[in-house]
Design a protein around this ligand. Sequence first.
Ligand SMILES: Nc1ncnc2c1ncn2[C@@H]1O[C@H](COP(=O)(O)OP(=O)(O)OP(=O)(O)O)[C@@H](O)[C@H]1O
Length: 298
Amino acid sequence: MIKVDHVNKNFDRFKALDDLNINVNKGSIYGLVGTNGAGKTTIIKHITGIIRPDSGQITIGGEDVFDNRNVKQKMGFIPDDLFFFSTYNLKEMSKFYKALYPNWNQQRYAHMVTQFDLDEGNKLSKFSKGMQKQAAFVLIMSSMPDYLILDEPIDGLDPIVRKLVWKYIVEDVAEREMTVLVSSHNLKELEGICDSIGIIAKGHMIMERDLDELKSDVHKIQVAYKKKPENPYKNLNVLHLETRGTVDLLIVKDKKELVEQTIWKNNPVLFDLLPLSLEEIFIYELGGADHEIQSIIF
Ligand SMILES: Nc1ncnc2c1ncn2[C@@H]1O[C@H](COP(=O)(O)OP(=O)(O)OP(=O)(O)O)[C@@H](O)[C@H]1O
């Protein structure tokens, strides 16, 4: 388990992390999302033991992360801004990783180099940005980490490679209970693979939930009546309501059964209930942008 417990971090007078809590269960994939500047890279640098918090605690498998070699050997990290020794080629880099990680898997490395079609003899500095990301992924996944931390890993990768990357990740989670924390702006892709989601804003966790549970709790609804009853939604937790002609458009945060029961009671002539996508939940939870809700959700 990865646990971030009441972590605070200031850069001079700027509060980058504000009493932040994160809980990533063993053998699960956790998507960390937030607007630009929300603090994702900053907390990832804390989780990977690069930065020390001003206060609070970060543990991985129960051990404090900062300056802990034992934890770092079990962790694979692909940062947003990759760094490779510029004179090394992939083969030389793999030897470096092999010496660093006790669980290095040479067979997997050889297989992945072929699958990703990377030239082992070419200097990494000569690789394109996307190819450098692929090389980093091959090296990290061949290290067989128990914990995988990825900061915007798929940016700049083509769709075929992205699919391959997720395939390796999902397999390792299923087969050997690897624990994954991934930050990304690509909510559609996260939606397809994450078990849980944390949304942060201004360095603070605003919502951390199991993804299925989250999606089963918030719905968008279209409903119309022959004769609209008075106050038909009084039993429901309505987050947003607008009326277009005879159709009511709502966002409701309640169990599906309760919503259906309440609406059907009033004999609607039209009733559609749909789950919100992660993108829609993100926009709603980060609030304020009511006009965006109207244009995106309905
Ligand atoms: N070393 C630093 N010194 C001063 N401010 C910093 C430093 N590192 C980060 N910050 C500030 O902390 C805030 C959070 O930055 P961070 O890079 O963690 O955001 P992010 O969520 O990863 O953003 P993005 O999605 O744009 O990558 C920003 O306002 C940034 O300017």
